[in-house]
Structures are given as structure tokens and as C-alpha cells.
Write a protein that binds this ligand. Structure first.
Ligand SMILES: *[C@@H]1O[C@H](CO)[C@@H](O)[C@H](O)[C@H]1NC(C)=O
Ligand SMILES: *[C@@H]1O[C@H](CO)[C@@H](O)[C@H](O)[C@H]1NC(C)=O
Ligand SMILES: *[C@@H]1O[C@H](CO)[C@@H](O)[C@H](O)[C@H]1NC(C)=O
Length: 393
């Protein structure tokens, strides 16, 4: 349906239905609708709608695959997941990636990229879908090459945080330097974790649920070490037995479909290797680890791979082969691989996140919240709340 007839149709429908339909529309169409009228503008820019659209994008796998050629990390292309499904040699659309000019990517979350700018030594937040850029004031922080540091970016609670982990040279313990977008400043937590036990540049680490998780190994037994940034305490979680015994090599932590996962490459018998993916279905519940798949390397797939994304409702896992960074769908039902061809891209880095309207400027957000509240009275005749809308979907 073309945008004009869709708009005409939408204008004839009750407001609640319009909101529900709009949640499923791509950011590009919404950007076009935004300029139609004041009420459309207010609806699409309201934090309420932005959150609804985000939730909907995640639930319906409305993800983007961002590709950065290693030979030119300042460039970026993107594809939507739908085009990867149809697998018709989808071409990456080139993005205007000017924020990457003097910056490198620290992480991505809810459609936003956190970047560290090497010229100003500060953070910038960028939504490639809306092209909005937010230069974070007061986020200047100097990185020394001797700092063993890594960045993580997460939205837990109602805040977005960039966490830098570094080894304190005088205490040899790990320090967590955290930039909060709500507080607009850095704070440091000095932990009691011995930095000598963790090689932060090599150990797989993820920020999830407001806590940092690492794979650590002692006497060849592998565990998860967790540091809760809010309670400022650390504890260990066991890995499932079949993979905890093999040490840390070839294991990777990742978040798939809102769950903590471990990707593991192991050796069964002499010369028999396998790729496994373990999922902790219920966070912090040791008994909830399940094995999503185990694939033996055979004559057809002689290569190690790791998971990038999991489409639960399609029983498909997007995996990246270590050999030339090729992408495949792994079908959990018939245990087969299907190659995804993306012409013109060789050996890129991949980032997966939803296409969203999320923006960062908190002052604007507050102003729009107020404006939205005013306008809601004008355009909504029936009363509703988020729960009622969720039931409508
Ligand atoms: C190292 O830790 C100590 C105390 O825990 C702290 O006073 C000092 O500032 C830290 N060093 C750096 C470079 O952050
Ligand atoms: C998980 O394992 C850890 C360490 O073995 C233990 O302290 C904790 O109580 C266990 N948690 C659950 C929910 O079983
Ligand atoms: C596996 O199933 C998918 C659909 O779920 C199908 O497209 C694919 O061809 C199947 N592969 C094999 C080898 O049967």
C-alpha cells in the first residue's frame, strides 16, 4: 500500500487502532507521517509511542543488520531482517555514517549506538534510523592505551549507561567507570575483583540486567563472574556442566532474545568438534540452562561459527562463520544451514539492533512529554492506557 492511501485509511480508524498499526510501521514511513500534521508529529515523537514502537520491534524481530567493512570502519551499511529471510541476494543500503568519522563504536542498544569520539574524547549517541545524534556534554574521558579497558552499553532500568571497565594500576583491581545518560556524568566504582584474574581485553564479557558478566576459569573449570553495578557486589554463577569442564577457550557470552547465552566450541572425541549454544532461560537460575543446539563439524561445515541472533518464532539462529565472516541461518527444526548472500561486503563486523525512534536528548523528551499530554486531550476521545493497548494487539 502506498503511503498516501495508508494515511487515508489510518485517518478513518479509531485512534487506538492507529497507534497499534503504527507500532508495526518502519521508521522511514513514520518519519514521513510525522510531517503530515501536528497531531501525527506529536504522536510519533511522544516517548509513549517511541517505547511502544521499540517493544513492538523487538517482539516482531524487526531488526537491522549493520555491517562495517573492516577495511573501512568509517563506512556502514544496513539491511533489515526481512530481506535476509527472503535471501534474494539482499544488498546493504549505504548509510550516511558521518558520526563514525572520528569515532569508534562502544556498543548498541535499543537502536542507539554509543560512540567514543577520538578527537573530543567524549561520547556521542547516534540513531542511524532517525539520523539523530546526541553529543553528550560532560562525557569527556581520556583513554590511555595502557588502560586495559572495554566499553559496554546497556539500557537497564530507565537509564542508558556506558560502562568502561579498567584495571586500576595502583590497586590492580577492576574499576567500573559509568556514564549515565540520566545523571549526565561519570561515576567510578572501585571493585574488589582482582584485575590479574581477568584479561579484560580477551575475556568475553557482557553487560546485562545492570551487571557485568565474564567468563572466568580456574583449574580449567569455567564459571560466570558477575558484578552487579547497583549493589556493587560480585558473585559467581555456574555454567552448565557439559561446557564448564573445558576451560575458557572458544567460549563467548552473548545476549539472545533477552537471555544470557554461552556460545561454545568444543571437542567431543579425538578430532570431533562441535558448536553449541546454551541459553539461561531464566536469569540467575542455574537449573534453567538449556542447550539450544549442538552441531558437529562434518565434511560440509568444517568451520567454527557463533550465533548473532535468534528468531524464536521462526526457530532460526543467525550465525556467523569464522571463515570470511559469512552469514547463515541455522534452522533448528531440520538442523540445516542456509547461506545468506550479501553482495559487495567482505569480512565486515556485524551489529544487530532494532530500528527504533529512540532518541536521547532528555530535555527534549521532557518537553515533548508535556506537549504530548496536552495534545492527547485534543485527539483522544476515549481513555486508554498502555495495558489496554497491549490487549488490543
Ligand atoms: C585506584 O583505586 C583507588 C582506590 O580504590 C583510587 O583512589 C584511585 O583513584 C584509582 N585510580 C584510578 C586511576 O582510578
Ligand atoms: C547457583 O549456583 C551458585 C553456585 O553454585 C549457588 O550459590 C546458587 O545458590 C545457585 N542458585 C540457584 C538458583 O540454584
Ligand atoms: C529446512 O526448513 C526450511 C523451512 O523451515 C526450508 O526452507 C529449508 O529448505 C529446509 N532445509 C532442508 C535441508 O530441508
Amino acid at each position: 500500500m502506498n503511503p498516501c492511501s495508508l494515511l487515508a485509511l489510518l485517518s478513518s480508524l479509531p485512534f487506538e487502532i492507529v497507534v497499534v498499526i503504527c507500532c508495526h510501521l518502519p521508521v522511514k514511513s513514520l518519519a514521513r507521517f510525522r510531517s503530515v500534521s501536528k497531531s501525527w508529529h506529536s504522536l510519533i515523537d511522544s516517548p509513549y509511542f517511541i517505547n511502544l514502537h521499540l517493544t513492538c520491534s523487538i517482539e516482531t524481530n524487526n531488526f537491522m543488520l549493520y555491517v562495517n567493512p573492516r577495511s573501512n570502519p568509517k563506512e556502514m551499511g544496513c539491511l533489515d531482517f526481512a530481506s535476509l529471510h527472503h535471501n534474494a541476494g539482499a544488498r546493504a543500503r549505504k548509510l550516511d555514517a558521518w558520526p563514525l568519522k572520528h569515532a569508534h563504536i562502544c556498543g548498541s542498544c535499543n537502536g542507539l549506538f554509543a560512540l567514543y569520539k577520538t578527537d573530543t574524547k567524549s561520547l556521542v549517541f547516534w540513531n542511524p534510523s532517525t539520523h539523530k545524534v546526541y553529543d553528550a556534554p560532560f562525557s569527556r574521558i581520556r583513554l590511555y592505551t595502557s588502560d586495559l579497558s572495554t566499553f559496554q552499553f546497556d539500557a537497564s532500568g530507565n537509564d542508558y549507561e556506558v560502562v568502561m571497565i579498567r584495571r586500576n594500576k595502583s590497586t590492580e583491581r577492576l574499576d567500573f567507570v559509568i556514564y549515565s545518560l540520566e545523571a549526565k556524568c561519570w561515576r567510578t566504582i572501585h571493585s574488589t575483583i582482582n584485575g590479574g584474574d581477568i584479561d579484560i581485553r580477551k575475556t568475553s564479557c557482557v553487560l546485562f540486567n545492570g551487571a557485568i558478566h565474564w567468563l572466568v576459569s580456574k583449574q580449567n573449570k569455567c564459571n560466570l563472574l558477575v558484578f552487579d553495578l547497583r549493589r556493587e557486589e560480585s558473585y559467581k554463577l555456574p555454567l552448565p556442566n557439559p561446557i564448564s569442564e573445558h576451560g575458557m577457550d572458544n567460549k563467548k557470552l552473548l545476549i539472545l532474545d533477552g537471555c544470557l547465552c554461552v556460545d561454545s566450541i568444543g571437542k567431543q572425541d579425538v578430532g570431533v568438534y562441535y558448536n553449541e549454544l546454551w541459553v539461561m532461560k531464566e536469569y540467575k537460575v542455574n537449573e534453567s540452562w538449556i542447550k539450544l543446539f549442538s552441531v558437529s563439524r562434518n565434511h560440509k561445515y568444517q568451520c567454527d561459527f557463533h550465533a548473532l541472533s535468534y528468531l524464536k518464532n521462526h526457530d532460526k539462529v543467525l550465525v556467523e562463520f569464522d571463515y570470511f565472516n559469512l552469514l547463515y541461518w541455522y534452522d533448528l527444526k531440520n538442523e540445516s544451514f542456509e547461506r545468506i548472500h550479501i553482495p559487495g561486503i567482505s569480512s565486515p563486523d556485524y551489529t544487530i539492533c532494532p530500528a527504533t525512534l529512540v532518541s536521547i536528548d532528555a530535555d527534549v523528551e521532557n518537553k515533548e512529554k508535556r506537549r504530548w499530554r496536552l495534545l492527547k486531550h485534543e485527539i483522544v476521545h476515549l481513555s486508554f492506557d498502555g495495558e489496554e493497548l497491549a490487549q488490543l494487539r
